[in-house]
Design a protein. Structure first.
Length: 322
């Protein structure tokens, strides 16, 4: 019976998010842990007359790892690509190349069956679209960003010439979006971020999830120089060091959560969309408008951000300032 309840969210994804049409090629890329969700999406796509392929791969070992070549090649020939996977493949060449071929791509990393029934999936994505696009446009037009938070974040970065990305769960050809998070984000120019990040909400990777105590990250010239805090900070630091790649420490993204239905629960695509939060992405940024390919991409989420763009207040906690 749960599958019947999951169909409501699956229909939202097929009808609203990707607007699948009869006869279109829908490629659902999943892994052995998420196959049940992939099957529900496949059934909903077949119900709409699509030509459906379900590709089940070995779960990736970490976020940002490329999918197998046979999967990546199939993505380039699909009209619609759905990605219910355990570990993110969002920031990969496979996604970038499929988008360049015109695919409509929806990212569903670490999705649960519950997420197809309740939470962020219940939002009105069409209603949130103009808000998300406004914030993204503000990034596109801006040069200098100053991010602060009551928890202690104080970070500046240069975004001159970088595009703002509006991810509101509705995609056109050549676009990708996450779901159910609604966020506007931008990738700062490499080497320009300076200051301190204090994550006090969530780091939904590496088994960290909701934070027991703040994770404090010092940044100089675009790279993390120090990570301090407790047990969860140590998990993050050890993982980044294990890659033996400087780019793992790159400041890759500033994102703003804009979905009023999302809940802070330790799952990435719910946590990042929570209204009244911001996240700093670290590692790779090639799908966001940046130039850095790293072995990973993690997000550090904080409460009550205050974002100024060229001295103008745009985000004040849960409020978007128009």
């Amino acid at each position: 019976m749960k599958e019947a309840m999951m169909f409501k969210g699956a229909r939202t994804i097929l009808d609203v998010c990707v607007s699948v049409k009869e006869g279109e090629n829908v490629f659902i890329v999943t892994d052995m842990f998420q196959e049940g969700i992939g099957q529900v999406l496949a059934a909903a796509a077949m119900e709409r007359g699509a030509e459906v392929t379900l590709g089940v791969m070995t779960p990736r070992e970490k976020a940002g790892q490329e999918p197998p070549k046979i999967i990546a090649e199939g993505m380039k020939h699909a009209d619609v690509v759905l990605l219910p996977v355990s570990y993110s493949v969002t920031h990969t060449y496979a996604v970038k190349e499929a988008a360049a071929k015109g695919a409509r791509i929806l990212v569903m990393t670490d999705f649960t069956e519950e997420m197809l029934i309740h939470g962020g999936i219940e939002a009105d994505f069409r209603e949130l679209k103009p808000i998300c696009r406004f914030v993204a446009h503000s990034f596109t037009c801006g040069k200098r960003v100053h991010l602060t938070s009551p928890g202690g974040t104080d970070l500046t970065m240069d975004i001159t010439g970088r595009r703002g990305n509006a991810l509101y769960c509705i995609v056109e050809p050549g676009e990708f979006s996450t779901v159910p998070t609604v966020e506007a984000n931008v990738s700062p120019i490499e080497g320009t971020a300076n200051g301190r990040i204090v994550a006090d909400a969530s780091i939904p990777y590496l088994g960290i999830g909701l934070l027991d105590e703040p994770v404090i990250v010092d940044v100089k010239d675009g790279f993390i120089t120090k990570i301090s805090g407790g047990r969860q900070a140590d998990i993050l630091r050890r993982d980044l060091e294990s890659h033996n790649d400087k780019n793992s420490f790159n400041i890759a993204e500033l994102g703003i959560g804009l979905n009023p239905k999302c809940r802070m629960c330790g799952i990435m695509l719910e946590d990042e969309g929570v209204v009244g939060t911001a996240h700093i992405g670290i590692g790779t940024n090639i799908t966001l408008g940046g130039d850095t390919k790293a072995p990973c991409h993690y997000d550090l989420i904080m409460w009550d951000p205050r974002v100024e763009i060229d001295g103008t207040l745009v985000i004040d906690g849960p409020r978007v300032i128009f």
